[in-house]
Design a protein around this ligand. Structure first.
Ligand SMILES: [Zn+2]
Length: 391
């Protein structure tokens, strides 16, 4: 199949590239060239009449099993598994229609999102490509303990990892600090010391898995950095003086030296904080300092937490660009090629490049000029299958 007369952004450049035609062979990008190319008579050709084409968007932090309408996490498990799976399936379809062709699921309790992942991979369900962590490792009664990944020490943590591997996870998630949605857990407090986290990272690495660490407080960010996790989620720099007040340049330098990537989980609702003194100086200030220190920031929303819908990443990216101080091209890289690299999928998705999966999104206007365009895709291609999503 040929897609012709496109404007192509490849996932890396600052501008559109010169080529304007893409050949799709089954699920892969087979060639990127000029629309004047001669095609075989029996080949299907789509004239896309100047649409703008970019790599499919990637959300580095979602929870497929969470219903964003429910405020209390303990209410989440009440429906039976069949109902939860059907809700998750609908979410995966909505995400794909929004142009989110890949997402990293960072936690659930019953591995149902892994079932969905497998149904999508075998084509039974047409939805967002998923990689999943299963149950996050957490302290006893700690952040999201209700998902079943509690561990008192390193030995327990190894047991939790073993259980996740037996269920077929793609990576390991650890709650290095407390969080906001769990009663009795405190975001500023570290839940494990650096030694326990190091044991977790070593065991994960030995099994070829990345570790994503949930970190709000500075102490936990430091422990996760020393342990050498792959991504730090949230990275809120909370200390005893408050949210965003514990920035530590030395820790950031260690993060940079270890190529640790930060996933700030900025959702579309943060739009209301634009102009707020505290958010501009502390939140934007911290992310800007990290970025200027050489830390890669990737797009993520924590979809599934209250009021953060799974298909909202396209609306979150302009807000993320604001708080991370990124150019339009920089924000788009953070949601495509940089994100793919950080979550271990650089050889699969994230760019318009020969040999990668044909996961693409199409718009009438150029998102490099205006990130708000991302909320209005007209077509999505997932694994070589072209889907119309709007007129
Ligand atoms: Zn989360």
């Amino acid at each position: 199949m040929w897609l012709k007369n496109l404007n192509i952004w490849d996932g890396e450049s600052d501008e559109l590239i010169a080529a304007n035609a893409i050949k799709i062979d089954h699920n892969e990008i087979a060639a990127i060239t000029d629309s004047s190319v001669q095609v075989e008579e029996d080949e299907q050709v789509h004239d896309l009449q100047g649409l703008y084409c970019i790599p499919g968007l990637i959300d580095a932090h979602v929870h497929m099993c969470l219903n964003p309408v429910l405020k209390d996490p303990l209410e989440q498990d009440k429906p039976n598994d069949a109902v939860i799976i059907s809700e998750m399936t609908e979410r995966a379809e909505q995400m794909l229609a929004a142009g989110i062709t890949t997402a990293r699921d960072l936690g659930g309790g019953n591995w149902l999102e892994l079932e969905l992942r497998d149904q999508i991979n075998c084509g039974e369900v047409i939805g967002t490509r998923l990689i999943c962590s299963g149950q996050p490792i957490t302290s006893v009664g700690g952040h999201c303990y209700f998902w079943g990944g509690e561990a008192t020490d390193a030995t327990d943590a190894l047991g939790v990892i073993k259980r996740q591997i037996s269920h077929g996870v793609d990576l390991i998630k650890v709650m290095a600090t407390g969080g906001t949605i769990t009663k009795g857990s405190t975001p500023s407090n570290a839940q494990f010391d650096a030694d326990v986290l190091k044991t977790i990272v070593d065991e994960a690495t030995a099994n070829d898995f990345h570790v994503a660490a949930h970190c709000h407080g500075t102490a936990g960010i430091k422990n996760a950095t020393v342990a050498g996790v792959k991504t730090i989620e949230h990275c809120s720099w909370v200390n005893e003086d408050g949210w965003g007040r514990g920035y530590d340049a030395e820790v950031v330098e260690q993060m940079r030296a270890k190529d640790i990537v930060v996933s700030p989980t900025i959702n579309a609702g943060w739009k209301r904080y634009i102009g707020s003194k505290q958010f501009e100086s502390l939140v934007k200030g911290n992310y800007t300092k990290m970025r200027e220190a050489g830390i890669k920031l990737i797009a993520s929303t924590d979809a599934g937490i209250p009021n953060v819908f799974h298909h909202d990443l396209p609306k979150a990216i302009p807000v993320f660009a604001h708080f991370a101080g990124l150019s339009n091209a920089g924000a788009l890289r953070a949601a495509t090629s940089d994100c793919a690299e950080a979550i271990g999928l650089a050889a699969v998705v994230g760019k318009v490049a020969v040999g990668l999966e044909a996961d693409l999104v199409f718009y009438k206007e150029n998102p490099l000029n205006d990130l708000e365009v991302l909320a209005r895709p007209v077509k999505v291609m997932s694994r070589g299958r072209l889907i119309d999503v709007a007129d």
